[in-house]
Design a protein around this ligand. Sequence first.
Ligand SMILES: Nc1ncnc2c1ncn2[C@@H]1O[C@H](COP(=O)(O)OP(=O)(O)OP(=O)(O)O)[C@@H](O)[C@H]1O
Ligand SMILES: [Mg+2]
Length: 255
Amino acid sequence: MLEVKHLSKDYGGITVIRDLSFTVNAGERRVILGPNGAGKTTLFHLLTGVEKASSGSITFAGNNISKMNAVERARVGIARSYQKNNLFEHLTIRENLMLAAAAATGKSRWFFRDVTNQADMKTRIEETAEQVALTDQLDMMVSAVSYGNRRQLEVGLALATRPALLLMDEPTSGVGPAMIDTFHQLLETLPRDITILIIEHDMDLAFSIADHITVLNFGEKVFEGTPEDTRGNPSVRQIYLGNGDETYGASNDHA
Ligand SMILES: Nc1ncnc2c1ncn2[C@@H]1O[C@H](COP(=O)(O)OP(=O)(O)OP(=O)(O)O)[C@@H](O)[C@H]1O
Ligand SMILES: [Mg+2]
């Protein structure tokens, strides 16, 4: 489904991703772990075409997409949700989802006129809202909903494009334990025809949803395996427990 080979990214002489190779199977849930600055978000920039790799290749559904720009990659079915909120505050959740879906179908020209009458679009929006547990909030203004709901909507915007590959950058960052449960359910109920790569700081969530985990440190892959293997791996434990990072330390204490 997704094959990354010898991928590297330099910023002005500093290597942020170094000779990274990995493969993700169709339908898989792959968690990317790594301490702050490990290169996780940069990897997503490279996969979505927001940034160009310095070297290496990316193959998606059998096609080399390395030279495609972000718009072309979205068109072949790669979508992402952001680490920081990226929403239209003064539109409703429904309108935000419609904009995302309309942009993806290239039908934004008629969008403002009568997209709400388009049955397929309406169905798509309502399905997406259900997938991210926002059905009850569909007609609320984004500025009026909770921070957690906004994080759900972030994922919804990506899902509204009907992606084959969904990249999620820390969907639970800044949310409380109840909302982490909501995300847990949300992720578990997403259909398996969507392949998912997720950067997740909550260890319990990461370990429970992942089929496989890839661990990055200083831009390099330092480990890859099942959640069970990852948990028991000494060098992974060293990275999380040895660097004084509070987020990981705290999460590990609960694990
Ligand atoms: N545009 C850029 N120019 C120069 N350096 C950059 C740029 N973007 C990222 N970096 C550097 O690349 C490294 C990796 O950053 P990245 O954001 O990918 O890490 P991350 O694993 O997502 O971290 P976090 O867990 O904090 O989100 C960092 O040292 C960062 O400072
Ligand atoms: Mg990041």
